[in-house]
Ligand binder design. Structure first.
Ligand code: 4AD
Ligand code: MG
Length: 449
């Protein structure tokens, strides 16, 4: 696309420009050199280019400027693009001119190891590091893949509101805010309930936005603000829902493999593990999973009087990280676990007609300790049953009147799921903590920067 605003040549363009003279703009990632040579690794969003400043090829003033450059100073460099086996990316700039835009003073992040808390406090600068760049670029590819997947398969984007009057995923993890004369509002935990209304209007829809959980979980997989994509489909049953979830995840991985080879190299990601992510994935029922845990002596650990007490895993409990990771060790592809006990799942899920103790729920767990990347279900579509569930959960009926209307005027079977973007980015990039998968992570103990 031809743009009217300034368009600069970037590191990515270099292979096409061999032999030509270009001007690059960017920041100093690293600098080395002695005597008559200065090597500048110039950083721009798309990568790093090595610029060689040889004293005899530039003015005295330009050479002095090159020597004065510090880490993260901004500059422009003009020079010829030459192929070089030694340069990262295979091309370097033979500098003929150089201008300083701004000298950075005492940049706090250096090549030495910094502690996690130091880096996260400096998240606004940490984003400039090569690994963080790479993760953010993979994130952008994953988000584009998700949108492309749905846009190309007849889904309409129908965004749900963020300010809501009620809970979707349990009342214990709600962020509350004052709302004019109407009392309280809550930050949305999920766009699902509104996506259901949208699906009744447009058939197949998806909502994609930030959601909020006032969750006390301090793990490598929990954020208090994260991005979720939630498709919702009229006339889909649980099997259709699971098929769609597999198709989506397979497509995301395929796009990442196609577009992110450079990023995976920076991240030293073992891509053979990703190349295996082809349908069919694994599917087991909750009851089969429990049998496996019992047979393989994976216990449940409960805190009793401040002590950890182990016992055989009982049918009816929800899985935690210990059980999920143990179960997934046998699989090199994602596995969907379906038909959970209704007691551990949300009020809106339809019960299994074959067994009322079960919900038509499904969670997709990723391999390589990715944990739960998708949660979804077939929805309860009967008015009276839904009303009963709302009462059982002690939810305010008045807030859900509109939701019940969906079961009153042409109710149809319908299903959907939510995929947590950061969980998927973490799995695909191999990032060790979810805080590295979103530009500005929000966690219990962190709101700055
Ligand atoms: O399983 P969850 O809670 O499901 C829902 O919210 C449904 N209403 C979705 C639907 O059916 N439309 O969340 C869905 C996904 C999880 O599988 C996980 O990937 C991610 O959202 N997730 C989190 N990601 C980061 N931090 C947290 N605290 C998360 N909680 C859930
Ligand atoms: Mg879940």
């Amino acid at each position: 696309m031809k743009s009217r605003y300034k368009s600069y040549k970037t590191v990515e363009d270099l292979p096409k420009l061999a032999g030509e003279t270009v001007t690059l703009r960017g920041w100093v990632y690293k600098k080395t050199g002695k005597g008559k040579l200065q090597f500048i690794q110039l950083r721009y969003g798309t990568g790093i280019a090595q610029c060689v400043v040889f004293k005899n090829n530039v003015t005295e003033e330009a050479f002095a400027k090159a020597k004065a450059l510090t880490q993260e100073s901004s500059l422009t460099v003009t020079g010829k693009v030459v192929a070089s086996g030694k340069a990262p990316g295979g091309y370097e700039i033979d500098a003929a001119g150089l201008e300083i835009i701004h000298i950075s003073q005492d940049y706090p992040i250096s090549a030495k190891e910094h502690g996690d808390s130091f880096l996260i406090e400096h998240r606004h600068l940490w984003l400039r590091s090569a690994r963080q760049h790479a993760i953010m670029r993979v994130r952008a590819v994953i988000i584009k893949a998700i949108r492309d997947f749905f846009d190309a398969s007849g889904f309409k984007l129908m965004d749900s509101p963020i300010l809501t009057p009620n809970a979707c995923e349990g009342t214990s993890t709600l962020f509350e805010t004052k709302y004019f004369d109407l009392g309280k509002a809550y930050l949305s935990q999920s766009g699902q309930l509104y996506a259901e209304a949208s699906a009744m209007a447009l058939g197949k829809v998806y909502t994609f936005g930030p959601v909020f959980r006032a969750e006390r979980s301090k793990t490598r997989k929990h954020l208090t603000e994260f991005w979720m994509v939630e498709p919702e489909m009229a006339f889909f049953d649980l099997d259709d829902d699971m098929d769609l979830a597999e198709d989506l995840v397979e497509y995301i991985v395929e796009c990442a493999l196609r577009s992110c080879q450079k990023e995976f190299a920076v991240l030293q990601r073992d891509i053979s593990a990703l190349e295996r992510i082809k349908r069919p994935f694994y599917r087991i029922s909750y009851s089969e999973a429990v049998e496996w845990l019992q047979k393989n002596k994976v216990p449940i650990i409960r805190k009793i009087d401040g002590r950890d007490v182990e016992s055989p895993f009982p049918w009816g409990e929800d899985f935690g990280t210990v059980q999920e990771e143990a179960l997934m060790e046998q699989f090199d592809k994602p596995c969907i676990i379906h038909r959970y006990p209704a007691a551990v799942k949300a009020f809106y899920m339809k019960r299994d007609p074959a067994d009322d103790k079960l919900s038509l729920a499904m969670d997709m767990l990723g391999p390589e300790k990715a944990g739960e990347i998708i949660g979804g279900s077939q929805r309860e579509d009967d008015y009276d049953t839904m009303l009963e569930r709302i009462k059982e959960d002690k939810l305010d009926e008045a807030d859900f009147k509109w939701f019940l209307d969906l079961r009153k005027y042409g109710s149809v079977p319908h299903s959907g799921f939510g995929l947590g973007v950061e969980r998927v980015v973490k799995w695909i990039t191999g990032a060790k903590h979810i805080r590295e998968t979103i530009p500005m992570p929000r966690m219990i103990h962190r709101i700055i920067p």
